[in-house]
Ligand binder design. Structure first.
Ligand code: WAQ
Ligand code: MG
Length: 236
């Protein structure tokens, strides 16, 4: 049976509201289209005036299966405590100026994708800084049977598993752009650490940073891998 990528994106007055994708076998496509469409229409960021759902066959010979990262939780009661945890974690990984990374995380917002930042120089490497690098073509290998409240976590850990599997990416840091979802994470060294209170409740700030530690000549290949390599995440 053919495998398909099903992608949804929703906007209102040209402004992006939500996006999601699944990788499923042919028989599951109709239910998947319905679920993603419903999700677009019920997104807390507002009612869309345009929803696009695309169904496309994937080349299974280029599909990669990765084991899901381990999950850990830390206590952080405030954004200041979250900042201390993130800055310390990045410093231990050898990131030269972790305070700069926190500043990027909390000041750059509204990108569709992530910032790709050089771990040594702190310079942003994305080809289009207004968009960032949009990771795509990934899903969990198992069907989504979790409650809706677990969706953020499920999707985020799949993304972080793919991103940190790239040999030149040493860490990812994330803050959700959903105003009421204040839990973010640091993913590195095979572990996804959930960090509560990354931002104040109600704040629209949300962003991702991928820390790049590799040759400048391989940035383009890294971006292509993040965008196009088909990955299934196993074990959750
Ligand atoms: N590729 C790259 N960057 C992305 C992508 C993607 N596919 N999707 C979102 N981003 C960037 C973009 O700048 C968003 O504004 C930002 O990340 C946040 O996206 O364990 O919900 O979808 O409970 O709001 C973390 C879960 C949830 C923590 C993260 O991110 C937990 C979340 P959001
Ligand atoms: Mg969001």
């Amino acid at each position: 049976m053919t495998t398909y990528s099903v992608k949804m994106r929703a906007s209102a007055a040209g402004r992006h509201i939500s996006g999601a994708e699944r990788i499923v076998t042919g028989g599951a496509v109709p239910d998947c289209v319905t679920a993603l469409t419903r999700r677009a229409l019920e997104h807390p960021k507002g009612e869309p005036d345009e929803v696009t759902v695309t169904v496309r066959a994937v080349d299974e010979s280029r599909m990669e299966v990765l084991p899901v990262l381990a999950t850990r939780n830390v206590d952080a009661g405030s954004p200041a405590e979250a900042r201390a945890f993130i800055v310390d974690g990045l410093r231990r990984l050898g990131v030269r100026n972790p305070a700069r990374i926190w500043e990027l995380l909390t000041t750059v917002t509204g990108l569709r994708g992530a910032m790709l930042v050089d771990a040594t120089s702190g310079v942003r490497l994305e080809p289009d800084p207004a968009r960032g690098v949009r990771v795509s073509n990934l899903d969990h290998a198992s069907a989504d049977t979790g409650s809706p409240g677990k969706l953020h976590y499920r999707e985020a850990i799949a993304l972080a598993t793919k991103v940190t599997a790239h040999p030149h990416i040493i860490a990812e840091v994330c803050i959700s752009d959903d105003p009421d979802y204040t839990t973010g994470y640091l993913a590195c060294e095979g572990t996804y650490t959930r960090v509560p209170a990354m931002k104040e409740p109600g704040s629209p700030v949300g962003t991702r940073v991928f820390l790049y530690d590799g040759p400048a000549s391989e940035v383009a290949a890294c971006v292509d891998w993040l965008e196009n390599r088909v990955v299934l995440v196993e074990g959750l």
